[in-house]
Design a protein around this ligand. Structure first.
Ligand code: SF4
Ligand code: SF4
Ligand code: SF4
Length: 771
């Protein structure tokens, strides 16, 4: 996989971007975390959060003009958090400052000239990083700017306590220092780097280039001056927190300079900047600020906690809120992308859980629909699947069954292309899909006959699979091959207009076979006035909830067309929470039903609980998946065409995988019969085996992706070879047989003319090195 692509994906997920309060804070205090701790009453933890980014917290916590509040998102729904007041409460609550932890002493030393805000912060930051720091101040006291604040706001005792921290950090402080050219040259020779606080009254006359306003000229990004080892910052008139940011910038530049690192890369986030974090404020109730009962005394602990609890804890997670897959694995895309691609072992399937993660996304695209940066995790997961396949690390259990089902649908068992009986050309080509033929064979046949009768110019038939399972499983060559076959069949039929009856097929045609003009069956019926109530007299219209398939996300016409048809048929439509452009997947997409049945079940079950109403699907897999979890669900085709099988569309129940194959064969056989042709299906010796299976056991066996034909092969082989174990107590036989990568086990006993199956299970795996 291309590294650039991975980096681009990662960059699009902005969940880890700091919120607006922090990016507006010139020193980037983690205000969100601070609020979390305060709201929980963890005042000391909150103080530690302040200390991480705020030097002299007792000073800035009291005097900062809190520009962060101007961008607080809470301000858009109520009032901005009282960040300044809460910081003040926190530092007052804490009292005398803690000692600052220093990194191990480094050999390099730095001189800081000027002991006002910028110089103090630069000295603090550099010393904290382990550099030896000497601070020179021409006046007799440090912190001239701080001393301008009233005793009420910043008591002298507090100021002295906070400044004493520098001494504890072993910063060498020289007050009343003389600063002339000679002294400056000495500093430059003696120290590895120099920082100059530009508010220092004498520094403008030092032998350095000055700007138009007479201050030492500095590079706006780095604070560099005309001498490489000298940096400067701070400007009279700036508020203290901005002077502090200038000191921090100088300290960062000096560190890079001393480490010979790049001076400008990644500096765009020095000082205040616009946050890239997206936070959806929908549904957040407006709340006004908690005001202290005693304004002069400020917040009590309880008031502070209540005020901090108003913080929204800004974050994005738009995709995680709607996608059960992302929520299930408790991560957001940026983390997944790093996990998938930064750790080769993960990508190469070293553990079951990691490759299951890659295989558990439905590729539904809902994440991209809600993401402010359109990040489509389905594409990321698909790339992961390609990489796993290329490295031969994809376990057969992930997709094998679905691919075998696809192989059946692209084999002679189902594939058919013919002109309409009695014609030699096709203006249209009906592609009802393998899944709808499996779900509703009678209705597929009936719909084809109606199309033939009502449309002129000939309606050909094309039975096959669009290749979606190959696409979802990362089998690109197989997918391309399947598309090529369809293209050739379409060309051989004279390039007719294709009518699809499956939304997934339709999206595959649109995206991957753009040269083929295709329309959904429902639109053709509507456009040609073929919606006839009489078609389905026995189905009384009532209120139904429509299940939009995720494959129609970008096809609003299809979605509205289905609703119009339902209206014509006398149904009223209830909209489900996630529908239309926000449609969820039923779990068939991405073959998740195969790779992660538990998650698949959770996805369908949640959607089934959205409404008490009957569901109306227009995707065969949606219909079958919801019926499987006990939800009354019918397919649109069942309403439109009288079922030749006479079933109530809402009561037809589940269909086994084996039955689905039989249904496909039936569609082909009946179409050929209409053409006066017959199909010779080879009978295998095991086909004659009669099995008795209790309905409940049949469902269990089906959920294990075992077909009745698999059971017959195992029993036939066991009976023929005698390779079976007999259970002494119950007399049952246990036999096994490996078919492809799968070993099937069956417990059975003779029963009349046939055999009764008592249990069956299978293992899909490739054990390398074992023959
Ligand atoms: S929606 Fe999801 S992927 Fe997009 S930025 Fe937000 S957390 Fe990241
Ligand atoms: S609501 Fe909280 S996290 Fe969001 S900007 Fe305001 S203080 Fe920061
Ligand atoms: S494609 Fe669908 S299942 Fe996959 S992460 Fe996005 S929303 Fe979730």
């Amino acid at each position: 996989m291309e590294k650039e692509q991975r980096i681009a994906w990662e960059a699009r997920c902005i969940q880890e971007e700091p919120p607006a309060c922090s990016t507006t804070c010139p020193l980037h205090v983690d205000i969100r975390q601070f609020m979390r701790e305060m709201a929980d009453g963890n005042m000391e933890e909150a103080y530690k959060v302040l200390c991480k980014n705020l030097p002299f917290p007792g000073i800035f916590g009291r005097i900062c003009n809190h520009p962060c509040e101007t961008k607080c998102r809470r301000g858009e729904v109520g009032e901005a958090l009282g960040i300044g007041s809460l910081e003040r409460f926190c530092v007052e609550f804490h009292g005398v400052p803690d000692r600052v932890k220093l990194l191990p002493r480094k050999s390099k030393t730095v001189a800081v000239v000027g002991g006002d805000v910028a110089g103090l912060v630069a000295a603090h930051d550099l010393r904290k990083k382990g550099y030896g720091v000497t601070l020179l101040e021409t006046a007799s006291q440090l912190g001239a700017t701080f001393r301008k604040f009233s005793e009420d706001l910043l008591p002298d005792a507090t100021l002295e306590d906070e400044l004493a921290v520098l001494k504890n950090m072993r910063v060498e402080i020289l007050l009343g220092a003389v600063l002339d050219d000679a002294a400056f040259e000495n500093l430059c020779g003696e120290f590895d780097a120099v920082f100059i606080d530009r508010t220092c009254p004498t520094c403008a006359s030092l032998p350095l280039d000055n700007d138009a306003s007479g201050l030492i000229a500095v590079d706006p990004v780095t604070g560099g001056t005309s001498r490489p080892e000298v940096f400067a910052g701070g400007q009279g008139g700036d508020v203290p927190i901005m002077l502090a940011a200038a000191g921090r910038k100088g300290a960062l530049s000096i560190e890079r300079f001393l480490q010979q690192a790049h001076m400008t890369i990644g500096r765009e986030n020095d000082g205040p900047y616009e946050s890239r974090l997206y936070t959806n404020l929908e549904g957040i109730a407006p709340l006004d600020r908690v005001r202290p009962a005693d304004v002069d005394a400020g917040y009590t602990a309880d008031e502070a906690m209540r005020e901090a609890a108003r913080c929204i804890q800004c974050e994005c997670l738009e995709c995680v809120k709607v996608c059960q897959y992302l929520a299930h694995y408790k991560k957001y895309p940026k983390k997944y992308i790093r996990q998938f691609f930064n750790n080769e072992k993960v990508l190469l399937g070293a553990s079951h859980s990691s490759n299951q993660t890659i295989n558990s996304c439905t590729h539904c695209g809902l994440c991209a629909a809600v993401c402010p940066n359109d990040l489509h995790m389905g594409e990321v997961c698909l790339e992961g699947r390609y990489a796993m396949l290329q490295g031969d690390y994809m376990p057969p259990s992930a997709h094998e069954f679905a691919l075998q089902d696809m192989a059946f649908s692209t084999s002679d068992e189902f594939v058919l292309s013919r002109h309409q009986p009695g014609t030699r050309q096709s203006a249209y080509l009906y592609f009802p899909s393998c899944q709808l033929s499996a779900t509703a064979p009678g209705e597929v046949l009936q719909s084809y006959r109606v199309l033939c009768e009502k449309l002129s110019g000939g309606v050909g038939i094309l039975l096959g699979c669009c290749g979606a399972p190959a696409f979802w499983s990362g089998r690109d060559p197989l997918f391309r091959e399947t598309l090529d076959t369809i293209r050739k069949q379409w060309q051989a039929m004279g390039q007719p207009k294709v009518i699809t009856a499956c939304c997934t097929c339709q999206s595959v045609f649109k995206e991957h076979l753009p040269e083929i003009s295709s329309t959904l069956l429902w639109q053709v019926l509507e456009n040609n006035a073929l919606i006839d109530k009489a078609l389905r007299e026995e189905v009384a219209g009532h209120a139904v909830a429509v299940l939009d398939p995720c494959s129609t996300r970008h096809d609003p016409q299809a979605q509205s067309g289905v609703r119009r048809i339902l209206g014509d048929l006398g149904f009223t439509v209830e909209e489900l929470p996630l529908s239309g452009a926000m449609a969820e997947c039923c779990g068939y997409g991405g073959l998740v039903f195969n790779a992660n049945p538990q998650l698949d079940n959770a996805i369908v079950t949640r959607r089934a609980e959205y409404s008490e109403r009957d569901y109306l699907a227009y995707c065969a897999m949606c219909r079958d998946k919801f019926v499987n979890v006990g939800k009354r669900t019918a397919h649109l085709i069942e309403l439109l065409f009288p079922s030749v099988d006479g079933n109530d569309p809402w009561a037809r129940g589940w269909i086994s995988w084996y039955e689905r194959r039989k249904n496909r064969q039936r569609v082909k056989d009946e179409l050929l019969a209409d053409l006066g042709e017959t199909v010779e299906r080879a009978m295998e010796p095991y086909d004659k085996i009669v099995l008795h299976i209790d309905p409940e056991l049949l469902r269990t066996i089906d959920s294990r992706r075992i077909l009745e034909s698999d059971l017959r092969q195992v029993v036939h082989h066991a009976e023929k070879t005698g390779k079976r174990l007999r259970h002494n107590q119950n007399g049952q036989f246990r036999a096994n047989l490996k078919l492809g990568n799968t070993t099937f086990w069956v417990d059975y006993a003779p029963d009349g003319e046939g055999y009764r199956v008592h249990n069956a299970y299978c293992h899909r795996m490739n054990v390398t090195g074992v023959k």
